[in-house]
Design a protein around this ligand. Structure first.
Ligand code: COA
Length: 178
């Protein structure tokens, strides 16, 4: 199977939504992770599509998210959803998407990534629960699935909130939600 990766903007947004429904189920929108992304604009340099020929077979999206701390607010990158079409899962597409993300994060200087996901899968990419142990999110989630990959100082305690970005999104002047 030959899979190629491109920027996510090459994919039809409806095809992306259909893929996410297939991977996570149509009830995915109620999840805490979705609420955290509300109002945010996806980060183009950190969002990818995987293709087998002309077929969209995987996607990875990244978003700005705010970490509210006692001292103020920090902006982190929230990775996800990461999704692969059910019939091609466990064949390396997720790993390829995550490798592209890590490369792009290093190139663009995105040095504080977080996600909600299975540590059993994402630990291999450097995401662990330890840096996020003191972070909280308003809404149901499992603390063990709140993961981070940080390469700079990030507050050990804080509340993750959605991040409202300007419409143009570029340059990303982030304003945290009230
Ligand atoms: C999770 C997902 C992105 C992984 O991508 P993929 O292309 O299927 O998997 P890869 O080929 O990259 O990796 C396969 C390896 O990951 C493991 N793996 C896959 N999903 C896993 C999970 N949720 N938890 C633990 N391990 C997992 C496989 O057992 C396999 O292990 P191995 O390398 O030791 O053989 C994909 O399966 C998916 O979209 N799943 C549906 C959405 C979902 O359930 N996500 C849960 C995490 S948020």
């Amino acid at each position: 199977m030959a899979v190629t990766l491109t920027p996510l903007s090459d994919a039809d947004p409806e095809a992306v939504e259909a893929l996410l429904d297939a991977a996570f189920g149509a009830d995915r929108r109620g999840r805490t992770a979705y609420r955290l992304r509300e109002g945010a604009v996806a980060i183009p340099e950190l969002s990818f599509a995987a293709w087998e020929g002309a077929r969209l077979v995987g996607t990875l999206q990244s978003w700005p998210v705010a970490l509210r701390t006692a001292g103020g607010s920090d902006t982190l990158v929230m990775v996800g959803p990461v999704a692969v079409v059910p019939d091609l899962q466990t064949q390396g597409i997720g790993k390829a998407l995550m490798a592209a993300l890590i490369d792009a994060a290093e190139t663009t200087g995105a040095d504080a990534l977080m996600m909600i996901g299975d540590p059993e899968y994402y630990e291999r990419f450097g995401f662990t629960a330890a840096p996020a142990a003191g972070w909280r999110i308003d809404g149901p989630y499992e603390q063990r699935r709140l993961l981070a990959r940080v390469r700079r100082d990030v507050a050990p305690e804080g509340e993750l909130r959605s991040c409202h970005c300007r419409e143009d999104g570029n340059p990303p002047a982030f304003e945290t939600a009230a």
